[in-house]
Design a protein around this ligand. Structure first.
Ligand SMILES: NC(=O)c1ccc[n+]([C@@H]2O[C@H](COP(=O)([O-])OP(=O)(O)OC[C@H]3O[C@@H](n4cnc5c(N)ncnc54)[C@H](OP(=O)(O)O)[C@@H]3O)[C@@H](O)[C@H]2O)c1
Length: 244
């Protein structure tokens, strides 16, 4: 398969790319840190990838999305799976009083993804096949006090994916929304870890399985589906008092 990984230096992306490399797939990596991408590409070659290409860009620069995605398609001579992984976890207290910061975070976690989806939808619709998979978050399921700027951006993407899934169905393009819970990665390095935490490798394995099974909305690990079901049921009159 020909697989484009966007935000390829993320811990979850790297673990997912390793599985795809070991299966002998063609990979194209998109990210902003050239040195990191070159290191990842070398590792993936050793692990068995058929071919590896890469391109560097700040993913908030949406004007470059079309040319970068086209480069990936040209170099791999096709596209079967596009996996969007980049993201950033803002400091909520700062972002809720500084609109410039909130906008930057919503751009990274929300608008840049919508721009990529716009290009990918068109390319895959023309080809009448393929899968678009996006890592969003359980944080998008409900606006919680400690992270509602990040959650709002993720929820924007999840809602967009829901509509896009229906629209692309006629063109045989599949759309998957992957919602991880707490994952031990550089993004959460500053946070104290506990029983609900997972490794990037566990999430990666769930991503690969879910794409193969053409799932729609995936909680990773699966127990987050039950947790978020309960969180969504809490009446607003109670929820507004909760600080978790
Ligand atoms: N960790 C969690 O608990 C958790 C939970 C739910 C969802 N998620 C989501 O999972 C995805 C992967 O995150 P992760 O946990 O693997 O974290 P991570 O290792 O910190 O990866 C985040 C990646 O996003 C990249 N990135 C951020 N802004 C970018 C930009 N403007 N242009 C290009 N690349 C940019 C970073 O690039 P650099 O390497 O250059 O900094 C980094 O590689 C994200 O969408 C995140 O929101 C994570």
């Amino acid at each position: 398969m020909k697989i484009l990984i966007i935000g390829a230096a993320s811990a979850i992306a790297k673990a997912t790319a390793r599985i795809y490399a070991e299966q002998g797939n063609d990979l194209f990596l998109l990210g902003r840190n050239e040195e990191a991408l070159n290191g990842i590409a070398d590792d993936l070659k050793v692990r068995g990838a058929s071919s590896i290409g890469l391109a560097c860009l700040d993913l908030t620069k949406s004007a470059q999305h079309e040319s970068s995605i086209q480069q990936a398609i040209d170099e791999m001579d096709g596209l079967d799976i596009a996996l969007i992984c980049h993201g950033s976890l803002p400091n909520q207290e700062k972002a809720e009083v500084d609109f410039k910061l909130a906008k930057k975070e919503i751009d990274t976690n929300g608008l840049s993804v919508i721009s990529l989806l716009t290009v990918l939808s068109e390319k895959l619709s023309q080809r009448k096949c393929g899968t678009i998979a996006v890592i969003t978050s359980v944080a998008g399921d409900r606006g919680r006090q400690p992270n509602f700027v990040y959650g709002a951006a993720k929820s924007l993407v999840s809602t967009y994916l829901q509509g896009l899934r229906g629209k692309l169905r006629a063109d045989q393009v599949h759309v998957i929304d992957i919602r991880p819970g707490l994952v031990d990665s550089p993004m959460t390095a500053h946070m104290e870890k506990g029983a609900l935490w997972s490794s990037p490798e566990r999430i990666a394995s769930k991503i690969v399985q879910s794409i193969a099974k053409k799932k729609h909305t995936v909680y990773a690990p699966g127990y987050w589906r039950a947790i978020m079901f309960v969180v969504r049921l809490i009446p607003e009159v109670v929820f507004k008092r909760l600080k978790f």
